[in-house]
Write a protein that binds this ligand. Structure first.
Ligand code: IMP
Ligand code: MG
Length: 175
């Protein structure tokens, strides 16, 4: 089996977009109790860069989620592998996701966090693949809308590999 990796988004393109998202979030959340929730593991790189592009006092927390096995298809089953470290009551929660594909993960997480009495729950996703949407997940901040290709890097994995690539690449497998 051969693997081919081609660049979809360079590190420079991502950095530019992350600064724009950070500026928009800074404007929208000024004067509010912002909690940035990094959805592990895929968004650890994006959340680290995004948090530094937001010029506001904020709290950062982590939510561990598993929605895939080792393959490239969403199972639709979302398992919480690590919960938030603190309550989010009255807080403005911004869920940070690497990619919204079918939308099942983000819909599940949004519903789960809303039961805890936050002031608001919004979503910031680096990537959105609308072609595969199975549920109408509302995404408040989107980095890039992409075609239905399997991508890796900048936190995204294939079987836990490629998360450390500084860019987003399309992974193609041949026979
Ligand atoms: P959803 O529940 O189908 O929206 O899937 C969201 C999760 O699936 C993301 O947080 C990723 O972990 C994973 N995922 C979806 N598409 C890709 C991809 O192209 N590359 C790597 N992971 C992906
Ligand atoms: Mg993943």
């Amino acid at each position: 089996m051969t693997e081919r990796l081609t660049t979809m988004l360079t590190a420079e393109q991502i950095a530019l977009r992350v600064r724009e998202l950070g500026a928009a979030i800074t404007r929208d959340y000024a004067g509010r109790n912002l909690v940035v929730v990094c959805v592990l593991k895929g968004s650890f790189v994006f959340a680290a860069d995004l948090a530094r592009a937001i010029d506001l006092p904020l709290r950062i927390d982590f939510l561990g989620v598993r929605s895939y096995g080792e393959g490239t298809e969403s199972s639709g089953v979302v398992q919480i592998t690590q919960d938030l470290s603190r309550p989010i009551e009255h807080d403005e929660v911004l869920l940070v996701e690497d990619i919204v594909d079918t939308g099942l993960t983000i819909a599940h997480l949004t519903n789960l966090l809303r039961t805890r009495g936050p002031a608001s729950v919004k979503v910031c996703a680096l990537l959105h693949k609308p072609a595969r949407s199975r549920i109408d997940a509302s995404i408040d901040y989107v980095g890039f809308t992409i075609d239905d290709r399997f991508v890796v890097g900048y936190g995204l994995d294939f079987g836990e590999r490629f998360r450390n690539l500084p860019y987003v690449g399309i992974l193609e497998q041949g026979g």
